[in-house]
Every structure is written in structure tokens, then in C-alpha cells.
Unconditional design. Structure first.
Length: 403
């Protein structure tokens, strides 16, 4: 009986020894886990960048393993550390995988972010009965942000130009420059010059230098002033050429980039310049009539008053006498062929005559007309400019006071 017990104990011991040897052999040949790391920049602003990290650890062994002391350190090319994160590990079942997901806020603190170097370290261990084994983990991942930096969008800029004053030398301007920042982080304009050119490339003006900050995905308005030559109003198109630099602030990293933008803007309306709403009377008309051998002679005096600081010109000036009943009928007219120049801040008197034949007076039923109209029309412009504004001024005389 005692011998049988001893045999059974020996068999049990051999069994455990074989099992132990097998387990020891198995754990000694423990395979390192397969690790897949995915890192994506999901948010970026002037203050921070958010890295969405997914670490997938797959256990290829036939026994459970434990991941522990997992640590992620992220540095820039120049050695600046931007993140040091501990990742909670845990048990990974045999032939299974665990996924660790974490959003990491980073700031570059002045370091260049073209490349981010991510190092993951830790340990993977297994324990079977009294047998333990640990394998160190070291993984490196490089993230390139060069494409992100290359895709920086320049600001979208438009301009609204207002005329403050006009003189014989130039036009004084005020301008509102509106800039939209399509990037999610702040950008800023650095000493941007703004020159005004014609479509032929001739410089005809400029605006003061622009500087300021434009918040991410937002608008900013810059009020400035400048000047424009009078001859610029002859151009078909005017351009504001902005040259300088714009800087970006990406999660604490600043970078300066060249800026070269051309904006087309509307040429100031000559009518608004010459005929604003508060413009005083530009023309006074005085008519004297008398009989002559050729007919009724109308002597007309035009008093043209120029209250602007720039010389004006009247072209293609036509003076007409019209009678009005239900419709209008021309009695006579005269054309002033030469250009009439009115010096800045001065008034000028221009005289002309209209002769109405007696036959036309008789056929026009003048005494039965409702109104006698005196019309003066001309093309008004600034001296030396080609564009002009059509101007017509009428005076009405009640004919019934003659009867």
C-alpha cells in the first residue's frame, strides 16, 4: 500500500514537472505584442493642438499578458518636449487586443512643429504560477505637420474707399480694410504696405502701413488713410497691392510668411465727388430778351460757381429755350464748343445768345404756353480728366405773368 502511494506521488510530481517545463518553455518564448499607433491632429488653435491618439496592443500569445508603465513622450525636431503622458495599461487576454484612446493637448512653446517625435515606452509581462517574465517596450512614431504648415491660408482681404477731400494735387482717402482669417488660429499682419496702381501698373496712390491681429476664423477691420492722384480717375481699374508679411501663431509657435495680395476696388464715383448732396448751387442763369431785326434775341448769362479745391471743366455746353404745354417744344438753342474752365474756389461768368425767328415765335403759341424753360446741359468734370458727369439745370418761367 505504501509503495502504491509513493508511485502515485512520483507520477504527480512528474506531471507537474512536465507541466512546469512546458509552461516555462512557453513563457520563455513569449512573443512581443503587436502595437499599432495612430495619431491625428484633430484641433489646432493659437493656444493648443489636440492629438487624438489610438494605441492598439494585440496579444499573439496563448496566455494573458499585462501592459504596464506605459508612457508617451512627444518632442519636436529641436528637442522641445511638448507632452509627457502616462497611459493606463491592463490585462490583455490571450490572442486578443486592447485599445487605448486618449486626446492629448500640446503647446509648442516656441519650438518648430514641422515634425513631432512620439516615443512610447513601458513593459509587457506575464505570470504563470510561480513563473514571471517581463519584456520592455520601446516604440517611436514620427508625425509630420509640414503639410499643415504648407496649407496655411492667406487672409481674404477687401477694401472700401472713401474720399475725404480733393485738391488740385491729389485726392485724400480714408479706407476700411476688411480681412478674414480662414485658419483656426490667429494670424497677424506685419508692416504691410498698400500701394494703389492702375491696370497698366502705374502707381497712383498709397495707403498707410497696416498691422494688427486677426483672430482664427474671424474678421478684423483696419481703418487707414492715404492719397490718390487725380489722374487715377482716368483708369479703367484700380488695384490695391498689399505686400509684406503675415505671421501665424500655432499652439504657441509663431511663423512669418510672405504676403502678396492684389485687390480690385471700384474707382470713386465722379458724380459723388462733384455733386454731393450738400453741394451748393453750381450754376445761376440770367436771361434778358430784346427785339432785333433777325428775331427775338435772348442774351443769357451763366454764372458758374466752383466751391471745390480743384479746377472744374464744362464740356459740350448747350443752352436751350423750350416752351412747355402738354409737351415740350424747342424754340432755340446754342452750343458752346470750347471747354469752360472754372478755377478752384472761384466763379466764372459765361455769356451766349439765342435768336428766335419771329416766324417761330408766332407758330409756337408762346403766350398760351404754361412755362418757358431755360435748360443748360454740359459734361462736368475735373480739369484734365477724361470721365465726366452729365449735368442739366433747368429754370422755369411762368408765361401767364405776361398776360
Amino acid at each position: 500500500m505504501r509503495r502504491k502511494i509513493m508511485i502515485i506521488l512520483v507520477i504527480i510530481a512528474i506531471f507537474y514537472l512536465v507541466i512546469g517545463v512546458l509552461l516555462l518553455s512557453n513563457i520563455q518564448f513569449m512573443e512581443a505584442p503587436d502595437i499599432l499607433v495612430e495619431i491625428e491632429v484633430t484641433e489646432i488653435s493659437s493656444e493648443k493642438a489636440v492629438l487624438h491618439t489610438i494605441i492598439n496592443v494585440e496579444n499573439p500569445n496563448g496566455f494573458d499578458i499585462i501592459a504596464k508603465n506605459l508612457k508617451m513622450v512627444i518632442t519636436t525636431d529641436d528637442g522641445g518636449e511638448v507632452a509627457d503622458i502616462l497611459i493606463e495599461g491592463g490585462r490583455i487576454s490571450s490572442n486578443k487586443n486592447n485599445t487605448y484612446i486618449q486626446d492629448i493637448n500640446i503647446a509648442f512653446n516656441g519650438h518648430s512643429p514641422e515634425h513631432l517625435i512620439t516615443r512610447i515606452s513601458g513593459e509587457v509581462g506575464a505570470s504563470i504560477l510561480f513563473i514571471e517574465k517581463t519584456i520592455p517596450l520601446k516604440i517611436g512614431v514620427v508625425i509630420s505637420l509640414e503639410n499643415l504648415l504648407d496649407k496655411l491660408a492667406v487672409p481674404v482681404i477687401s477694401a472700401s474707399i472713401n474720399i475725404d477731400d480733393i485738391t488740385t494735387d491729389n485726392i485724400n482717402l480714408s479706407a476700411e480694410i476688411t480681412a478674414y482669417n480662414p485658419n483656426p488660429f490667429d494670424i497677424y499682419l506685419e508692416n504691410v504696405s498698400a500701394e494703389i496702381e492702375t491696370d497698366s501698373g502705374e502707381k497712383v496712390g498709397s495707403l498707410d502701413v497696416l498691422s494688427g491681429v486677426i483672430a482664427g476664423s474671424d474678421y478684423a477691420q483696419f481703418d487707414t488713410s492715404g492719397w490718390l492722384l487725380l489722374k487715377a480717375l482716368n483708369a479703367k481699374k484700380l488695384f490695391i497691392n498689399l505686400e509684406g508679411a503675415f505671421g501665424v501663431n500655432i499652439a504657441g509657435f509663431e511663423k512669418s510668411l510672405p504676403l502678396d495680395i492684389s485687390i480690385v476696388f471700384n474707382i470713386p464715383d465722379l458724380e459723388e465727388i462733384l455733386l454731393p448732396q450738400n453741394y451748393p448751387t453750381i450754376l445761376a442763369i440770367k436771361v434778358d430778351g430784346k427785339l432785333s431785326l433777325r428775331g427775338f434775341l435772348s442774351e443769357i448769362d451763366l454764372l458758374i460757381n466752383n466751391t471745390l479745391k480743384v479746377d472744374l471743366a464744362l464740356r459740350n455746353t448747350t443752352v436751350q429755350l423750350i416752351i412747355a404745354n402738354d409737351d415740350e417744344k424747342l424754340l432755340g438753342e446754342t452750343n458752346i464748343e470750347e471747354e469752360i474752365i472754372i478755377t478752384a474756389g472761384k466763379a466764372k461768368n459765361v455769356s451766349c445768345e439765342i435768336i428766335i425767328p419771329y416766324s417761330k415765335l408766332l407758330s409756337s403759341n408762346l403766350l398760351s404756353a404754361n412755362w418757358l424753360i431755360i435748360s443748360v446741359s454740359a459734361d462736368l468734370t475735373i480739369r484734365g480728366l477724361e470721365p465726366s458727369v452729365y449735368l442739366e439745370i433747368r429754370g422755369y418761367q411762368d408765361i401767364h405773368i405776361l398776360t
